[in-house]
Design a protein around this ligand. Structure first.
Ligand SMILES: O=C(O)C1=N[C@H](C(=O)O)C[C@H](O)C1
Length: 291
């Protein structure tokens, strides 16, 4: 799971249909620029707003490209019921290399429930699991001790860590990781400090833009080139701050559209397109992130 994985947006054409050509173009571009893999059907891909047939099509396109390019395809799975999540894992098509599975949201099952959920999934899954820890979206925090316990299972490969900052559990977890278990950053703004603590990479919507620089950031921290990593980290954090000024992925879609990479900046309700100021500010910072 090492490196930068890009959770692709789902572009729509002017009729509102999924723009498959644009997905292909974006996928090739981020892989050309050094991304280690793609993530299909993340929050950034507006998974909740896609029909089952659209989801299947997105996976199919991404799987084909990842197979051609020898890159990892991770697919997002969001559920708060163990049986249906397990079924969805077993139904994943050929070509999917890993599943990014959200901590069960809304129910708040407690840490014992989270452990039981992921242990049951780990026994059934055909592909390695990446636990998606994002308490500000799910309502359920997961401690370092629980992640360490789950990470010891051979089918649990990583956690996408998005606690909204660098908290005590991140420091604790990265100080003592089970063999074969990695931490991937999932809060774009905090990717540089998380890499400094030992994260293996990140799943970052911001890496649609300046992909090469995000890859260089991870490489620099991994190589111990602190001076280069710190400077890059500050510049990319400025970019991420502008891209997340409005709900993800509205600003990113606005910028990709302005750059001619996707046919419309459209998002599906309840998301509404980003305002023009947010988009032009992000475009400016993407070109001149500062010194
Ligand atoms: O879709 C994803 O994967 C990501 N979603 C996060 C979010 O929208 O909160 C942001 C992160 O960059 C990746």
């Amino acid at each position: 799971m090492r490196g930068i994985h890009v959770p692709l947006v789902t572009p729509f054409d002017s009729s509102g249909a999924v723009a498959v050509d644009a997905i292909e173009k974006l996928a090739h571009q981020v892989l050309d620029d050094g991304a280690a893999g793609l993530v299909a059907l993340g929050t950034t891909g507006e998974v909740a707003a896609l029909e089952p047939a659209e989801r299947a099509r997105v996976i199919e396109v991404c799987a084909r490209i990842c197979a051609e390019r020898n890159a990892l395809l991770t697919v997002g799975l969001t559920g708060n019921d163990t049986r249906s999540t397990s079924r969805a894992l077993r139904d994943l098509p050929e070509g999917v290399g890993a599943a990014l599975v959200t901590v069960p949201y809304f129910l708040r099952p407690g840490e014992r429930g989270v452990i039981a959920h992921f242990e049951a999934l780990a026994e059934e899954t055909p592909v390695p699991l990446v636990i998606y820890q994002i308490p500000y979206r799910t309502g359920q925090a997961v401690s370092a001790a629980t992640l360490r316990h789950l990470g010891a299972h051979p089918m649990v490969a990583a956690v996408k860590y998005a606690a909204g900052g660098i908290d005590q559990d991140a420091v604790d977890l990265l100080g003592d990781l089970p063999e074969g278990f990695e931490v991937l950053g999932g809060d774009d703004l905090f990717i540089s400090p998380l890499l400094a603590l030992g994260a293996a990479g990140g799943i970052l919507a911001s890496a649609h833009l300046r992909t090469r620089a995000f890859v260089e950031l991870a490489d620099a921290w991994h190589a111990g080139d602190v001076e280069r990593a710190r400077g890059l980290g500050h510049r990319l954090a400025r970019l991420s701050a502008t891209l997340f000024a409005e709900p993800n992925p509205t600003v990113i879609k606005g910028v990709l559209h302005a750059q001619g990479l996707i046919p419309t900046p459209d998002v599906r309700l309840p998301l509404v397109p980003a305002g023009p100021e947010a988009v032009s500010q992000a475009r400016l910072v993407a070109v001149h992130p500062g010194e």
